[in-house]
Design a protein around this ligand. Sequence first.
Ligand code: SAH
Ligand code: MG
Length: 211
Amino acid sequence: MDERLLDIARATKGFMPEAEGLALHEAAQRAGKLGPLLEVGTYCGKSAVYLGAAARAAETVLFTVDHHRGSEENQAGWEHHDREVVDPETGRMDTLPFFRTAMQAADLEDVVIGVVGHSIPVGRAWGTPLGFLFIDGGHAEDVALADYEVWSPHVVEGGTLAIHDVFEDPAEGGQAPFHVWRRAVADGFEPQSTTGSLRVLTNASSSAAAR
Ligand code: SAH
Ligand code: MG
């Protein structure tokens, strides 16, 4: 990946270790040949720099969905809270300005399309088949599974599904993304690679309609 963009990814707030970001970038660049990329969970745009660079290379676009109000675990008093992303006017989280700053710095505004909204209603109304889907939204059990259920049917045959924060050992982290990964395997997605907590699978089956 371009060194300049890598520096911007490094400087952007978020939850994407570099090795995982690079693995994400590589998988997305390949799958982007089959259709647009979509990310659930933009936050401040850190992973969107890696994915946006991949979209540019694959001559496609990245849609990235977030209501920008933070997950449960990002709220005040929780482990992943950052006071700087709270809007002083409203007292609520607002990561949208940080995302816009990152995309402008990365010169990716023509490739990355921010979709501001709740993942489930957006996914229900979605119609464009996806080459690549990255699930990195809310990590509560019901939220993570709902994201999988609404978005995974949009992945084309041969397309890629990536899931973040997958920890098999409960001592390492929450189990919801791991449960989503297990469900995806049961549904016929084939595991391709693991990099840290990032799991990449391909939609090898033609049974998307069965899901
Ligand atoms: N990919 C990011 C991290 C995402 S953190 C990075 O690279 O740093 C998870 C994000 O999911 C938060 O910004 C939160 O606002 C968003 N989110 C959680 N539940 C959501 C929902 N139901 N709809 C839309 N966004 C949601
Ligand atoms: Mg994550």
